[in-house]
Design a protein around this ligand. Sequence first.
Ligand SMILES: [Zn+2]
Length: 181
Amino acid sequence: MPRLRSAVTALVAVTGMLIVAQHFMVPVEAQASSPVLPRQARTPVAPLLLPVEGVAASSLRDSFGAPRVGHRHAAIDILAPRGTPALAACDGVITKLRAGGTGGLTITIAHGTTSYYYAHLDRYAPLIWEGMPVRRGDVIGYVGTTGNAPRNTPHLHFAIEERGVATDPYPILTARTATRN
Ligand SMILES: [Zn+2]
């Protein structure tokens, strides 16, 4: 039955071409999407810990994108008494410890392609260093007003960057999966 065989052969060939075509079409669509992350686009692999001890997620206010002198605020400010422990929001590695500038005493933690930035710290936890692995919940520093924070408003300035793009921490920290502490 040569006619049937050729029909089957043709069907297989067409199906194969469709599969190949689909295979090549997907990455093109992905590339066309905007590089700017929607505010609630991503949730981390593990729920993020609220990075200030004793603060309830329900008390957070979203200050991401709020106008500041000369720029927009690319972080959330978490109010807490001076000296309140600041916690590693997830497992990661301390990649930067900096003092000075508008951020004052700062810590950057990296986890994969995501970085977590802590600013205005009063002081660091004892014995931390660049390159040190941290576990979620580790005390890494203490809330303060170093840098350009108002003297009477101690808070943690907490920023998240996903592949270098500032991402709003508020929806992540207030998601139902986030762990309260
Ligand atoms: Zn801030």
